[in-house]
Write a protein that binds this ligand. Structure first.
Ligand code: ADP
Ligand code: ADP
Length: 219
């Protein structure tokens, strides 16, 4: 049976950073809804153009297009063994749709690590984030700067500040998260799948806590 892990947590808490590491450690595909939208933006696809206005405002892209984008992604061969879902689901309707689509692969959501940190830490992390143009590798101006300023260590492409990582938009995204995504915490807690992880620790320690928690949950 394939394994699906949903990484839950507010904007800036470290989901993308951890998802990349966990993907290497477990061999499961990393599926990031934000990365998929940004790829579509870069390629100026119809989906990208539609998503742009919502992303720029820090609002969620409508459920129907988001769900069909993820369905397409998890159907690809590299997700055969399962996936680490980063940034999806973000609404109760998306969570329901995920349960339905995973049935097609005889899978379920196996575990939901929920990474948390106080709002001031989220704003500090997200507003100092630098993202690599080519593949979305993640840096931080203070906590994890690239070796050469402005250049990705891993692929040499430019690193840039996301338009939606300006402080005002980050604050808006945190509000949207509280209103629309927080209900999922209860949903997965009631299902016995939620594992709380302290996101204020150093990157390596968050990874250790995640790996320990996943081992204990048999995911
Ligand atoms: P998310 O995907 O949850 O929005 P990211 O993984 O992109 O979060 O991380 C947000 C920012 O915080 C990035 O700049 C990243 O380098 C930094 N970061 C991630 N985890 C930590 C950590 N444990 N300590 C300090 N900075 C971190
Ligand atoms: P972060 O890493 O800070 O949590 P993301 O990269 O996941 O941010 O998301 C950036 C933007 O992409 C969101 O503000 C939203 O507009 C859009 N987005 C990403 N995932 C979803 C989703 N599951 N549902 C709706 N919109 C989404």
């Amino acid at each position: 049976m394939p394994t699906y892990i949903v990484l839950l947590g507010p904007p800036g808490v470290g989901k993308g950073t951890q998802a990349r590491i966990l993907s290497e450690e477990t061999g499961l595909a990393h599926v990031s809804s934000g990365d998929l939208f940004r790829e579509n933006l870069k390629n100026q696809t119809e989906l990208g153009n539609l998503a742009k206005s919502f992303m720029d405002k820090g609002e969620l892209v409508p459920d129907d297009v988001t769900i069909s984008m993820i369905k397409d992604r998890v159907s690809r061969p590299d997700c055969k063994a399962g996936a680490i879902l980063d940034g999806f689901p973000r609404t109760p309707a998306q969570a329901d749709a995920l349960d339905v689509m995973l049935k097609d692969f005889s899978g379920i959501v196996n575990a939901v690590p929920y990474i948390t940190a106080a709002e001031n830490i989220l704003v500090e992390r997200a507003s100092g984030r630098w993202t690599c143009r080519a593949q979305g590798h993640i840096y931080h101006e203070k906590f994890n700067p690239p070796k050469q300023a402005g250049v990705c260590d891993l692929d040499g492409s430019e690193v840039y500040q996301r338009e939606d990582d300006k402080v005002e938009t980050v604050t808006k995204r945190i509000r949207v998260y509280i209103e629309q995504t927080m209900p999922l915490v209860d949903y997965y807690r009631k299902a016995g799948k939620l594992i709380e992880i302290d996101g204020t620790q150093a990157v390596e320690d968050v990874t250790k806590a995640l790996l320990r928690a996943l081992k204990n949950s048999n995911a």
